[in-house]
Design a protein around this ligand. Structure first.
Ligand code: SDX
Length: 444
């Protein structure tokens, strides 16, 4: 028995034997060799590898996460976000000189055009910061028209530096706008995380005197959120990037995907869930409701991790350091009780639902004083490095073309047009959704 799969088309007796790749994948060309019109129906790409990537390795069964081969635990303990961003994008850790140059390059690109401020100030007073961020990142494409020269390495590098450098500025500006505070400009004497905290919180004083414990905790959280292979927002980045759109438009699409509560919006949804539960005593009743299909346990579950998300463990350690510095979050005991109850409940264990990176991160952000609406923005800032790394990898991959999946057509067969007066009945006039996910029969 070799490392191959043999497919037989019973309609014709034709067979094809396909060597298995080391990572247990087969090329779709094997199917087309059997029948050119053969398609695999795989909604949400549960069993589809959309690319070959060297950036991030995730082993969901063993709870392993590595950026370019380096274990996330080592990077979180010993590296910085900017160094990790260099690693993800360039494939190697930088030398000391390379890191200095990279840090300097990012530092001198943190400002945005003054018209970006005016653009932001046109939003409604209570605009969600993620809505502002998505829109403003897209708007950056109009400030840098040369970004369309995506196959010019120097132009590409400039846009990558601009996006990584300006994300914290846009994020902080969005927050300051939403709370009616004057914008605070970047301070080039501060490191990446401290500079962001300065733009977020500085009021009146000429320079920001932040707590280094909080700045380091935020930098570690940035490292943990920097990349995660083919997640929903990275898939959006790759899909839009495959049409050769400029990187600002593709990044805006990725940030829009991240905004969803099933993805990057989960950290905000976790806090709202914990607030709703309110007390440790209310945990059992809440879990019974989830098991009846009355909503989801936010911050739990993952398409790939079928055991503990290794990032969740590090976030929990970081939480201890933050709570020691600023005082604990009263919702922590509800979260701990919820985790303990869920991990000992067959419903969640059978479905391999464990805490993911979002379960504890919101508790830290809240303890650090960030408003709920900023939580997904705090995910988008660091994930920009991952999006950039995948965008560059996509453009250099000879296997890649414009993303254009096929479909199963299950709609009406041919019909003849009839004038309005001769139609027996129209549609229901609404956009009725199919039954909610929890009511749909589970697809394996
Ligand atoms: C991130 O992809 C990435 O890598 C993402 C991310 C990254 O770094 O980019 O890791 C970041 O987005 C983490 C995930 C954050 N989202 C949440 O915490 C929201 C709550 N979690 C889920 O909605 C869900 O677990 C997903 C979206 C994360 C994964 O969904 P899947 O893989 O499509 O699983 P599914 O919806 O098919 O669920 C399988 C079963 C279903 O039950 P049955 O139909 O068999 O009865 O598990 C149930 C689901 O109802 N289920 C949950 C649940 N998650 C899945 N039930 C209750 N609570 C949950 N959280």
């Amino acid at each position: 028995m070799g490392d191959s799969i043999t497919l037989t088309d019973d309609r014709t007796g034709a067979t094809v034997t396909v060597p298995l790749e080391a990572d247990n994948t087969i090329p779709s060309s094997a199917l087309r060799a059997l029948d050119p019109g053969l398609r695999v129906y795989d909604p949400a790409f549960v069993s589809t590898a959309s690319c070959a990537s060297q950036i991030t390795y995730v082993d969901g069964q063993r709870g392993v996460l590595r950026y370019r081969g380096y274990p996330i635990e080592q990077l979180a303990e010993q590296s910085t976000y900017l160094e990790v961003a260099y690693l993800l994008i360039h494939g190697e850790l930088p030398t000391a000189d390379q890191l200095d140059a990279w840090r300097q390059d990012v530092t001198i690109h943190t400002y945005v055009h003054e018209n970006v401020k005016h653009f932001m100030q046109q939003f409604h007073h209570d605009a969600h910061p993620m809505g502002i961020l998505v829109s403003t990142v897209a708007a950056l494409s109009t400030f840098y028209p040369d970004a369309k020269l995506i196959f010019d390495a120097e132009v590409r590098h400039k846009q990558i530096v601009r996006l990584i450098a300006k994300m914290p500025t846009l994020a902080a500006f969005a927050h300051r706008f939403s709370v009616g505070m004057p914008f605070v400009y970047p301070d080039n004497d501060l490191d990446y995380a401290t500079n962001f905290l300065s733009m977020m919180w500085r009021v009146g004083s000429p320079c920001y005197e932040g707590d280094p414990v909080l700045a380091r905790a935020l930098d570690v959280l940035f490292i943990l959120h920097a990349d995660h292979e083919q997640n929903c927002s990275t898939t959006a980045m790759r899909s839009v990037g495959s049409s050769h759109a400029d990187p600002y438009s593709a990044t805006a699409a990725a940030a829009a995907a991240l905004y969803g509560p099933l993805h990057g919006g989960a950290n905000e949804a976790v806090i709202r869930m914990l607030d709703h539960i309110g007390t440790v005593e209310a945990v059992p009743a809440f879990l019974e409701g989830v098991k009846r299909g009355e909503g989801r346990l936010m911050g739990f579950g993952h398409r790939v991790y079928k055991h503990y998300d290794p990032r969740a463990r590090i976030v929990k350690q970081t939480a201890d350091e933050v709570f020691a510095a600023v005082g604990t979050n009263p919702l922590l005991e509800v979260a701990l009780a919820l985790e303990e109850a869920a991990l000992s409940d067959d419903y969640f264990v059978e479905r391999q639902l464990y805490p993911n990176v979002d379960f504890y991160s919101g508790l830290i952000y809240q303890a650090m004083g960030f408003p709920l609406e900023m939580f997904t923005v705090l995910f988008a800032i660091p994930r920009t490095a991952g999006w950039m790394a995948h965008w560059v990898e996509l453009l250099g991959d000879p296997d890649q073309r414009i993303a254009r999946p096929r479909q199963r057509y299950v709609g009406s067969s041919e019909r003849t047009y009839a004038p309005a007066g001769q139609r027996a009945k129209g549609g229901d006039g609404g956009d009725t959704l199919p039954p909610p996910a929890t009511a749909r029969p589970r697809r394996d």
